[in-house]
Design a protein around this ligand. Structure first.
Ligand code: 5AD
Ligand code: SF4
Length: 482
C-alpha cells in the first residue's frame, strides 16, 4: 500500500524549471482491494471551478472515484465525500470557493463522517493552504494538480486514519497515462495534449500552479482520439495552456501544426483547440486549419491588451502589429473564421491612453466573443509587486466600456448569419425552453432551434431566423425525403 507524508505547497519551488526530460508513466492503473472497495455504498459529489483543464482533471478525479466504487450524486447533501476542484486565476474565483467552503460547516454538522476534499490550482498556493489549515477545520483532504493520480491513497488515509491529509507537490512529476476517466460529455470530449506552462506572463499564476510545460507523446494523443472516434464522439477539443508550444519540450519544431494535421486525418468530425498563444502560432498552422474541413473555423486567440508597452510588461512576447498580422492572415485564408479573445483591463499603471489602444484593437478585430477581466494581483507573480495607481472605480469603468463594445460587435457579427444555414452539433434541450434544442455551429455560435426527430449528438442543418447578441435562433431543416 502506497504511503504518504503531509506535503505543503511551496511557490518558490514551483517557479523552478529544470531541463530534465519528463518521465511518462504508463503503468496499468490497479488498486489494492481495500482501496478499490472503499466507495462501495458511498456517494461522491464533485464541483469544478475555472477552466477546461480543470474540467478535464475533474473527469479523471471522477474516473478514479468510480474505480474505487463510489457513485456520483448531484446533490451535496446526499454525498459521503465532497470534492471541490478549484481555480486560482483571479481573486474573485477564490473568494467564491472560500464562501462555499464556509457553507459546508452546516453539512458537516448533519453528517460528521462527511469528507471534504479540495484540489486544483488553489491547493497549489501556500497562502490558501495555510488559511485552510488555520481557519477551515471542515477541510479533510487537500491535494494538488500534480497529485491527482495519488488520490486513491490520499482519500483512503483521510477516511480510514481520520486525519487531515495534505499532499501538494510543488514541482511537476511524471506525465501519467492510463488514468481512468469518466467523461462528462457523450459526444464532445476534452483531450489533454500538454500540461503546465512556461510562458510566465507577469500577471499569471498558472505556471506556478500547473508547473513546467510537459507534452504528451503524439502517439498517445492520436490513440486517444482514435478511440473517442470509435466510441462515437463527434467533437474533440485539444487542451493545453499554450497549445501552439506543443512538443517544444520534446524537441519538436512546430509540433502543434504537425499534431493538428494528424488529428485531422483521423476523420473525427469536429476538432477545436484551446488555448492559442499569438507568439507561438505559426503561419503553417493557418494553412493546416485551412486544409482540413474538420478543424473548426473558430479560434480563441487571447490578446490581453492593445498597447505594446503593456504587452511588454505583461511579458507576452508579441506586439499589436504581430497580432494583427496573424489575425489578418487567418481571416484572409479562412474567410468564415470567428474569433474570441481574453482581455485584461487595469493592469498595474495602465493609463487611459493605453486602455484606448485596447478599444482600438477591439474595433480592428471586431471579436465574436471576448472574456474580459479586471486585473487581479496573484501571489508570487511579478505584476503583484508592481506599484499601481489606477483606482478600482476607474478599472470597473474601463471594463464596462469595453464590455459594451464587445457586445456591439458580437451582435453585429451575428447579423451575418440571419437567413443562412449553419451546421449545429446538438447538445440537448435548451436550459430556458424545453421544446427548444441547443448546440454550437462550426463557427462556435450558440444556436437554439426547434425541429422534429432531433437526437443529441447529431449534426443538423439549422436555418437561422433570429439573431441575438450572444446566440442565434433557428429551425432545423427537414430531411428532403421526409
Ligand atoms: N488577473 C486578471 N485576469 C487574468 N487572467 C489570467 N491571470 C489574470 C489575472 N491575474 C486572464 C487572462 C487569461 C485568462 C484565462 O484569464 O486574460 O487569458
Ligand atoms: Fe498564464 Fe500566459 Fe501561460 Fe496563459 S500563456 S497560462 S496567460 S502564463
Amino acid at each position: 500500500m502506497e504511503k504518504f507524508n503531509n506535503i505543503l505547497p511551496d511557490l518558490k519551488k514551483a517557479k523552478i524549471r529544470t531541463k530534465d526530460q519528463t518521465v511518462i508513466k504508463r503503468e496499468i492503473f490497479d488498486l489494492p482491494a481495500q482501496v478499490k472497495n472503499l466507495g462501495i455504498g458511498r456517494k461522491y459529489f464533485l464541483r469544478t471551478y475555472g477552466c477546461q483543464a480543470n474540467e478535464r482533471d475533474s473527469e479523471t478525479i471522477a474516473g478514479i472515484l468510480e474505480a474505487m466504487s463510489f457513485t456520483r450524486v448531484d446533490k451535496e447533501e446526499e454525498a459521503d465525500v465532497l470534492f471541490f476542484n478549484t481555480c486560482a486565476i483571479r481573486k474573485n474565483a477564490e473568494d467564491k470557493v472560500f464562501g462555499e467552503i464556509g457553507m459546508l460547516k452546516k453539512l458537516k454538522r448533519h453528517n460528521p463522517d462527511l469528507i471534504f476534499a479540495l484540489s486544483g490550482c488553489m491547493a497549489q498556493e501556500e497562502s490558501v493552504v495555510n488559511t485552510l489549515l488555520a481557519k477551515y477545520p471542515q477541510v479533510d483532504l487537500i491535494f494538488g494538480t500534480h497529485n491527482i493520480h495519488r488520490l486513491p491513497y490520499l482519500l483512503y488515509n483521510a477516511m480510514m486514519a481520520k486525519e487531515r491529509t495534505v499532499e501538494v507537490y510543488s514541482q511537476e512529476g511524471e506525465v501519467v497515462e492510463n488514468l481512468p476517466v469518466s467523461r462528462f460529455g457523450k459526444h464532445k470530449a476534452w483531450v489533454n495534449i500538454m500540461y503546465g506552462c512556461d510562458k510566465f506572463c507577469t500577471y499569471c499564476i498558472v505556471p506556478y500552479t500547473r508547473g513546467k510545460q510537459r507534452s504528451r507523446l503524439m502517439s498517445d494523443i492520436l490513440q486517444e482520439v482514435e478511440s473517442l472516434k470509435k466510441e462515437g464522439y463527434q467533437e474533440i477539443c485539444l487542451l493545453g495552456q499554450n497549445v501552439n508550444a506543443y512538443g517544444k519540450d520534446l524537441g519538436m519544431e512546430d509540433g502543434f501544426a504537425m499534431l493538428l494535421e494528424e488529428v485531422a486525418k483521423t476523420g473525427i468530425p469536429r476538432i477545436r483547440f484551446s488555448t492559442s498563444h499569438p507568439r507561438d502560432f505559426s503561419e503553417n498552422m493557418v494553412y493546416v486549419m485551412k486544409k482540413y474541413a474538420n478543424i473548426m473555423p473558430s479560434l480563441h486567440l487571447p490578446v490581453q491588451s492593445g498597447n505594446n508597452d503593456i504587452l511588454k510588461i505583461m511579458g507576452r512576447g508579441y506586439t499589436v502589429e504581430h497580432y494583427k498580422h496573424l489575425f489578418d492572415l487567418l481571416k484572409k485564408e479562412i474567410p468564415t473564421i470567428t474569433f474570441s479573445t481574453d482581455i485584461i483591463v487595469g493592469f498595474p499603471n495602465e493609463t487611459h491612453e493605453q486602455f484606448l489602444d485596447t478599444l482600438a484593437l477591439v474595433d480592428y478585430c471586431q471579436y465574436d466573443l471576448a472574456y474580459t477581466f479586471i486585473y487581479s494581483a496573484r501571489e508570487s507573480t511579478p505584476a503583484a509587486k508592481m506599484p499601481d495607481t489606477v483606482s478600482e472605480e476607474e478599472k470597473a469603468q474601463r471594463l464596462q466600456i469595453l464590455n459594451e463594445k464587445i457586445t456591439y460587435y458580437s451582435n453585429l457579427n451575428n447579423q451575418r448569419y440571419l437567413h443562412k444555414t449553419l451546421k449545429v452539433l446538438v447538445d440537448g434541450l435548451s436550459k430556458k425552453n424545453k421544446e427548444v434544442y441547443s448546440g454550437y455551429s462550426e463557427e462556435n455560435k450558440l444556436v437554439n432551434f426547434t425541429g422534429k426527430n432531433i437526437a443529441v449528438g447529431q449534426i443538423v442543418d439549422v436555418y437561422i431566423t433570429e439573431v441575438k447578441s450572444y446566440s442565434l435562433n433557428g429551425v432545423a431543416k427537414e430531411e428532403e425525403n421526409e
